[in-house]
Write a protein that binds this ligand. Structure first.
Ligand code: FES
Length: 371
């Protein structure tokens, strides 16, 4: 083994300065410069100043954590800020800045601490076969103990405590954001949210029900405008009264497909005789497998195919599953037509829309095809 098989280091300790020509390489190893102590190693005043700088960086973290919490509760979620071409949600900007600067402060403080205050010692690391004998383990543990001593954390107690405080206080923003997971899903709460849609809430007292509108034009759909074989993506008219999170939540649950089929070619059970208008039927657009929106429509077979995992529903037979992993029929919406020929929902869906796991805590017993 030649000298270059070692990682060489020179220093003010006992590390040798190496300048040996290796047969395999024409250039001599220049070795390392002589070790020079840092200003903070020789001047206690500078060391104290560095200690205060590190402490100040760590002390900034609790302030930013409190600011995070204040912004979370005080800044309205609908508020936006504009700087030139930059346009963003004010709460997101505030939360991002406070949490980001807090983490940055810990990082910068830790680097400053390591560079200025931890023991500055250069060592020679001999290469040797890697193994993990008891001896090595004990040596490693001893090194860890030495590292703790070298970090000066036991001597510089202020730095250690401020770091612990800074790391501990970061749990507060994490806990606060758990509030965004929403309310605890009790059966009652599920019944009021996941198992209900806006189709059951009339827009005006005089309306016979919730009018169905085209989800592109937002105009009411007239029964006479639907051709046999046609599929229209639709939504409830009263969505237009909502905004923000409420709009998104209700829109996701209320998505609808309207289809018109030849009445003589569809099966309408007695219990659903009043749910359709001359071969026009309305179904949830949300797949009952894991919730993809569906609208791949096969006119001839009356099948609606989900593009995600190929679940196929027969809309001419109460939306039952004819293929694929979905375990439940597509929920059908009862509809009727007013005096002017516009379609409206006479009630909400009678079963929950969306993936079947929504039913886990339900108090009702929904059976396959029984919707
Ligand atoms: S989400 Fe429709 S088949 Fe899986």
């Amino acid at each position: 083994m030649t000298t270059n098989d070692h990682q060489n280091a020179a220093g003010g300790t006992d590390a040798p300065s190496v300048n040996v020509v290796d047969d395999r390489h024409p250039l001599p190893d220049p070795g390392l410069e002589e070790h020079r102590p840092r200003p903070t190693d020789v001047d206690e005043g500078l060391a104290r100043r560095a200690e205060l700088q590190v402490t100040a960086l760590f002390a900034l973290v609790p302030v930013l954590a409190i600011a995070f919490v204040v912004i979370y509760f005080a800044v309205p979620r609908e508020m936006y800020v504009k700087f030139g071409s930059f346009y963003a949600n004010a709460q997101h900007v505030g939360l991002g800045l406070t949490l980001g600067i807090a983490v940055l402060s810990i990082g910068v403080g830790a680097v400053h601490w390591a560079r200025q205050l931890m023991n500055d010692e250069e060592i020679v690391e001999e290469r040797h076969p890697a193994h993990s004998s008891d001896e090595d383990r004990n040596a490693t543990l001893a090194e860890i103990d030495k590292g703790i001593a070298d970090s000066a954390i036991t001597r510089r107690k202020l730095v250690g405590r401020s770091l612990l405080g800074a790391l501990g206080i970061l749990a507060v923003p994490a806990l606060v954001t758990l509030a965004d997971l929403g309310e605890w899903p009790t059966p009652t709460r599920i019944g009021e949210t996941l198992e209900k849609t806006i189709w059951g809430t009339k827009r005006a007292e005089k309306d016979p029900g919730v009018y169905i509108v085209n989800d592109v034009t937002y105009k009411r759909v007239k029964a006479a405008d639907l051709r046999i074989g046609q599929l229209v993506n639709a939504e409830p008219e009263n969505l237009q009264d909502l905004e923000g999170h409420e709009l998104q939540g209700e829109k996701a649950k209320a998505a609808l497909v309207l289809v018109r089929m030849e009445p003589s070619r569809i099966k309408v059970p007695e219990s659903r005789r009043e749910w359709q208008v001359g071969g026009i039927l309305a179904y949830s657009k949300i797949c009952t497998h894991v919730g993809c929106p569906i609208s791949l429509w096969e006119q001839q077979t009356h099948h609606l195919l989900c593009p995600c995992h190929q679940s196929t529903f027969d809309l001419g037979d109460s939306g039952v599953v004819v293929f694929g992993p979905a375990a439940r029929s597509l929920p059908q919406l009862p509809i009727a037509v007013d005096a002017e020929g516009y379609l409206y929902a006479t009630s909400d869906f009678t079963v929950p829309v969306g993936p079947s796991y929504f039913e886990r805590d339900s108090t009702k017993d929904y059976k396959k095809g029984d919707n």
